[in-house]
Design a protein around this ligand. Sequence first.
Ligand SMILES: Cc1cc2nc3c(=O)[nH]c(=O)nc-3n(C[C@H](O)[C@H](O)[C@H](O)COP(=O)(O)OP(=O)(O)OC[C@H]3O[C@@H](n4cnc5c(N)ncnc54)[C@H](O)[C@@H]3O)c2cc1C
Length: 514
Amino acid sequence: MTDSSKLSLNPRMSKRTFLAGSAASLALSAKPFSVRYAKAQASEWDLIIVGGGTAGMPAAIFAAERGARVLLVDKAPVLGGTMDRSTGQVAAAGTVWQKELGIEDSPDAHYDDVMRINRNTSDPLLTRLLVDNAADTLNWFAARGFTVMDHHPVMGGGHEPFTTRRYQWNENGAKAFQAIMDPMVEAAQKSGRLEILVSTGAVDLVQDETGAVRGVVTENDSGERVDYRSKFVLLTRGGCASNPRMFEDLHGVPLFCEVAYPYSQGQGITLGLGAGGYVRGGDKYATLFGTILESDYFPAPSIGGPSLSPQRRPPWEVFVNVHGKRFVREDHPSVAHREYVLGQQPGLRHWAVFDQEVLDSAPPFIPRWSREELEDHFVDHPMFSKAATIGELGVKAGVNPHNLEIEIAAYNDAILNDRPDAMGREHRPAPIAKGPFYAIRLQGWNVMSYAGLGVDGQLRVTRADGTPIPNLYAAGEVIGNASTSGKALTNGMGVTPALTFGRLLGQKIIPLTA
Ligand SMILES: Cc1cc2nc3c(=O)[nH]c(=O)nc-3n(C[C@H](O)[C@H](O)[C@H](O)COP(=O)(O)OP(=O)(O)OC[C@H]3O[C@@H](n4cnc5c(N)ncnc54)[C@H](O)[C@@H]3O)c2cc1C
């Protein structure tokens, strides 16, 4: 341990211990970097990067390339973070792939589209920073071998489409970005510009009496604590989407689905708070339309992906909330609209209700399941109910049976008498009239944190009054997905800003001097 007599450790931080994650479940398929202990503990680093994932890796590569001495610390035994599982869908205006196809686009058009989709709820400065720099990031990857799927860019995938084709991904998801960065990180390590500590978490920030950040206190898996000094600290530790308690505290919504990187425990948020920062964006939580969970014990794994896009499979089912009421036009063409309305339903839950006729005639509701597999779930799975009457179905499914009877009768009546649907639905292939009747409970969910540390337009972590905490920067999910995605699932607004802001911070934003 170095002499820290002139530096005060922040006592608040060491008391904070958020839940330990299920790190054991991490698939350790990525290449492990050697565990090394930084040689020059007593000397000062130019930059310490806390978290070597989607945002941290490009930051390290670019800062080292600039000539800075960089220490990269990661709690996991491997680098890469969420890139091990992220679909890696990214968006930018002015990419080489657009140029190849003659697609005209501009950062202004990208900005307008993002704001249209999220109803002006993302941070304007950060959204601007992203759209102005995303193409340089993706073109940098393209120049190093990153490729996209055939027929990409596209306007959209599972989320609300853009008005032009600027959205793409690689068949290996975000792993394809990591595959390009791994050798560059290794080269930076060999050059002596970059030191990497894996299996080592940052447990505290070192601040001087003015509040300026001066370093990081780390703890390795053996419990050994070391205090490293640096001119700047960058927090790229990811979000809290594997920490159920913190996730619910910050969003007011339970963490329903177990899908995020196990090390996404929100400790970056805690560190920033301890240094004087604040959290924003939890109120912008946006839900995905619905998945089927394994159990009611949240967070639970998803067991099946229903086909909910009316463009791919026009709906045969009726959707109701826990009150047994329909709440959305099931075939509304806008997924953002359907998700937004679901976000206003109790528990973000909805039930797909149908009858034997639909089961026999409609294309499969869960495309990856066989008919036998689906029927097996109606025997004893808590999300699946089957009954002889609609009223009984409501009781079994936990949906107001009286209202359900009224809603289904009204739906059928409008079809049989050729009257418009109460919700404006157009695709009404058959009434729900032939028993037995079925209900599948679907859960709104999300894979990332919307809440995160407040930063300014230069990605400096700020206090609630907007003043920056000297020397402390942040990027990636630790600044909250809402900062660039807003209250919506806006195409590519997780990976694109993580890579782009990481790059920009290492390349030019942090005033590093070689
Ligand atoms: C299944 C899934 C699919 C997704 N698909 C998309 C998509 O298609 N498009 C999109 O835009 N977004 C997507 N996202 C979101 C996006 O991938 C993430 O928001 C983004 O990758 C987060 O990057 P990050 O650098 O903030 O975090 P990470 O990449 O997770 O990196 C954080 C790093 O910090 C480390 N760390 C954690 N705690 C500590 C500590 N105490 N000390 C030191 N290090 C620590 C972690 O080990 C990790 O390596 C998806 C997310 C998931 C889970």
